[in-house]
Write a protein that binds this ligand. Structure first.
Ligand code: ZN
Ligand code: ZN
Length: 466
């Protein structure tokens, strides 16, 4: 017998699947598979053009180390530890190193606006315009953090954003926490970092000025000023050198390094989960607001990293304050509508994980099609009822139904749709959901159009993937 089935639609919200794939043409005429974000089109052809260095082994380790970087990032913490061990800490020096040194004149909470507000949000991302006085302040403060000149730093960071998590990402989180935190600067990269356009910085007079005098500025602002002021003003020469100098540099180093490591490892993917950046309050505390890194990678031109008013982002407050007093302008804000789209997509993904853990009723396509005559015939030997075009075996609830066994037995072999939905009793959504789990067949020719009640209340907002 040929039978028709009830085509139960899958209503709901459709998400794009992560395993969507496509192909792209390379310049040489070949093609490579690409992921949904298209990164392989960008990365694979470039990787073919570079000759990776041989892996680091014990025999070539010494020649592969970047000795200058290694010296800077090991000497400063060692001298800090020596200073902490041998120097009596004076509160005035400690307060000076945190709040009143050149890097934090404006906002005591933000110990390094030179890097966060300057190197990162101004020069790497152009998320606002800064007046010349502010640019010079940030360039000087940034040099005092001893992290390289603006142009070099911004090139690496733009490359990180462009090639996030790939082999061309200079501090790819895919290579482990140690590598992304500090390892990447200790040895020569096996693959050169991906190119990024920094021509705008090459034309910037402040950037060029800072590049020219970088080592002088780093020495004067990073070491000499923090050393001399506590020494002259309250006689704490040792504290000035070790606490306000080396310890502050060490702290600022690892604060910045944490953006590349911990901010790609700890927390939530609040706006997108294509890559590793995460949002977390602890990272925000460690990095002066840069810890809402998932937001930042999604909306890098936004001058904020923390988009919620209650989130900790002193760099955002610093930039807003500069704008208020006329030192900054054109603060970039990504459209709120697009930000909410990202949040919604991630909320739906989380809901889908919950949804996938739930057992749902069988669809008409998955059920045998049963004629009315067969339904009536089988109802004599087992308790079957019809509801919204589906046949249900209600043996499980015969003795549990609040209305009593007799009521259900009277309904066996009949269409109970109207009785179930209010004719006799307007059942709860939970009862409707439960009954749908007892489906054993779809009635042949049961309904010409899909009964809206065939979609159970629990499935009305079903999240589906496209
Ligand atoms: Zn990042
Ligand atoms: Zn960035």
């Amino acid at each position: 017998m040929i039978a028709t089935t009830i085509a139960a639609p899958r209503p709901g919200i459709r998400l794009h699947s992560d395993d969507d794939s496509a192909r792209c043409q390379t310049r040489s005429g070949g093609s490579v598979s690409i992921s949904s974000d298209g990164k392989d089109c960008l990365v694979s052809p470039r990787l073919r053009l570079v000759a990776p260095l041989t892996p680091i082994t014990s025999s070539n380790l010494l020649s592969e180390i970047r000795w200058f970087n290694l010296t800077v990032v090991t000497i400063t913490p060692l001298l800090s530890l020596y200073g902490l061990w041998t120097t009596q800490i004076r509160y005035a020096t400690l307060a000076f190193s945190v709040c009143t040194n050149v890097h934090s004149i404006v906002l005591c909470l933000d110990i390094d606006p030179g890097i966060t507000a300057g190197y990162h949000r101004l020069w790497s991302h152009r998320s606002y315009n800064a007046s010349l006085p502010l640019q010079y302040f940030l360039a000087i403060a940034g040099a005092g953090s001893v992290q390289g000149a603006i142009r070099w730093w911004a090139h690496g960071h733009r490359s990180h954003h462009r090639y996030t998590d790939t082999d061309l990402d200079p501090y790819s989180a895919q290579k482990g926490l140690f590598w992304s935190h500090i390892g990447w600067m200790l040895v020569k990269p096996r693959v050169p970092p991906g190119r990024a356009d920094v021509r705008d910085l090459s034309r910037n007079q402040v950037v060029q000025w800072q590049r020219k005098y970088y080592f002088h500025l780093a020495l004067v602002v990073g070491i000499i000023i923090p050393w001399v002021i506590p020494g002259y003003l309250w006689g704490d020469w040792r504290g000035g050198l070790y606490i306000a100098g080396f310890l502050r540099i060490t702290t600022v180093h690892h604060s910045t390094f944490s953006v590349n490591s911990i901010a790609h490892w700890l927390g939530e993917s609040s706006f997108d989960d294509k890559h590793t950046p995460r949002d977390h309050f602890v990272t925000a505390l460690l990095t002066l607001g840069e810890g809402y890194h998932n937001f930042h990678h999604q909306f890098p031109m936004d001058y904020r990293n923390a988009v919620k008013w209650y989130q900790f982002d002193p760099t955002k407050w610093f930039i807003a304050l500069c704008a208020y007093v006329g030192l900054a302008s054109h603060l970039q804000i990504f459209p709120d509508n697009e930000i909410r789209k990202g949040e919604l997509a991630m909320s739906l993904k989380r809901l889908k994980e919950v949804q996938d853990g739930i057992t749902w009723p069988l669809r008409s396509d998955d059920l045998p099609v049963i004629s009315w005559e067969t339904f009536k015939e089988e109802s004599r030997t087992r308790p079957l009822v019809l509801m919204s075009g589906f046949i249900h075996d209600i043996s499980e609830i015969l003795d549990k139904h609040p209305g009593g066994r007799e009521l259900l037995e009277n309904a066996v072999g009949t269409d109970t749709t109207s009785a179930f939905l209010g004719g006799v009793y307007d059942h709860s959504h939970a009862a409707h959901n439960l009954l749908s789990t007892m489906r054993v067949g779809a009635l042949h020719g049961g309904l010409e159009q899909v009964d809206p009640n065939a979609i159970t209340p629990g499935q009305k907002l079903y999240v589906a993937e496209s």
